[in-house]
Design a protein around this ligand. Structure first.
Ligand SMILES: [Zn+2]
Ligand SMILES: [Zn+2]
Length: 391
């Protein structure tokens, strides 16, 4: 992103957080906004625009390195020779520039530079700052920003893995100029003001300052004939659908990195990465404990007392689980290797909990039989509360 945009945009304000907000606060604020504004849930075009802005703010503020760079760029422009809106004339080498207290608008400066090729302003600054103070550096393409998105999966999709289309609204390389920013048939040239370094230095008293080059907006190159589609940025916003492979075994809240699926790089630089936070809908039957698949099976008292074999669903078909006679209610039976696929290969286990279901009402033969059984049980000497609560 161009320095100019960083100077103009208040990402903190976009996310509604203070400039000293913690990473957690930023994440929280973004997630709330993203939920409200995502084009999948909010069809309002204004919301979609806001979503782009908020995503952009988040992509910068969530990355500590980028956030630092952003903060520094803004501080530089706020405190440096380029007072925001006012050109500081007092101390240094700028005496007389802009007249007595005349407002010098940074935007005018940039706009003029962008639209006219900046010849006059370039000469002016070149004269003030001195040319060639910096070693020439090659132009700096900028790697694309990482993107964040969220998706909701069913329990089975999350455990077994799924290939799914994911709709993304993000900047992408301009198809007209193939991301160069220059009108087709032309190409960007090295900025003569900074010799391609993107920064200029000036001396003020005993101190030397480096500032982003205003002529090329810190990019080091100048596009004399900007592409009509993208206005020279090399990037246009588009909604695209990418096919994403969610690996098996992802958990609720997990963030998956998809390399190279993020925002397009500026001027041919590599793309950023896409991070997908997965929300898993709970399942009616299955639960998870790490790589183990959990399931609770309702059983009759007699099935536990006499023993049986239960037919239990798994991720892949059913499995017969033997319940030994005399199994107590709530016991967990483990079936090895029938759980959730592990990232390291293989599967976790299936954990089957047996839970007695009591008939809500018993009548007739069944009730009589149970009465008979109750007598027989007492006669056998079985006391369910033997040794319980000090008895
Ligand atoms: Zn273009
Ligand atoms: Zn420059």
């Amino acid at each position: 992103m161009a320095q100019r945009e960083w100077v103009e945009k208040d990402f903190y304000k976009e996310l509604g957080v203070s400039s000293d907000a913690s990473e957690q606060d930023i994440k929280k604020a973004y997630r709330k906004l993203a939920r409200d504004l995502h084009p999948d849930t909010n069809p309002d075009p204004a919301a979609s625009e806001r979503f782009k802005t908020v995503s952009e703010a988040h992509s910068v503020l969530s990355d500590p390195a980028k956030r630092k760079e952003y903060d520094e760029t803004r501080r530089l422009f706020a405190n440096g020779g380029f007072g925001r809106g006012r050109f500081a004339g007092g101390g240094g080498g700028f005496g007389g520039f802009g007249g007595d207290g005349a407002e010098f608008n940074l935007n005018d400066l940039f706009d003029a530079a962008g639209q006219t090729g900046g010849a006059n302003i370039g000469d002016l600054f070149g004269g003030l700052f001195g040319r060639g103070a910096q070693q020439p550096r090659p132009t700096r393409p900028r790697r694309g920003n990482d993107l964040e998105t969220e998706t909701e999966l069913s329990f089975l999709e999350a455990t077994k893995g799924v290939a799914m289309p994911l709709r993304l609204t993000s900047p992408a390389p301009c198809t007209n100029c193939h991301g160069s920013g220059a009108r087709p048939g032309t190409s960007p040239k090295v900025c003569p003001n900074c010799n391609g370094s993107g920064v200029v230095s000036r001396n003020q008293g005993a101190f030397g300052f480096s500032e982003p080059c205003t002529e090329c907006r810190g990019s080091g190159s100048i596009i004399e004939h900007p592409c009509d589609e993208c206005k020279g940025t090399g990037v246009t916003t588009r909604t695209r659908t990418i096919n994403v492979r969610i690996p098996p075994g992802v958990e609720n809240g997990q963030r998956i990195r998809l390399a190279g699926q993020g925002e397009a790089g500026l001027r041919g630089a590599p793309s950023g990465d896409l991070y997908v936070t997965v929300h898993v809908r709970p399942d009616r039957v299955f639960g998870r404990d790490g790589d183990d698949l959990t399931v609770t099976v309702p059983v009759s008292f007699h099935e536990l007392a006499l023993g049986t074999t239960l037919s239990v669903p798994t991720l892949e078909g059913k499995v017969g689980v033997r319940v030994p006679k005399g199994t107590s209610d709530g016991r967990i039976l483990r079936v090895r290797g029938r759980g959730v696929p592990k990232r390291s290969g293989g599967h976790g286990d299936l954990l089957v909990t047996v839970k007695v279901a009591v008939p809500p009402s018993l009548e007739g033969e069944a009730a009589e039989a149970l009465e008979t059984y109750a007598k027989a049980e007492r006669a056998s000497g079985f006391d369910p509360r033997a040794g319980w609560a000090g008895a």
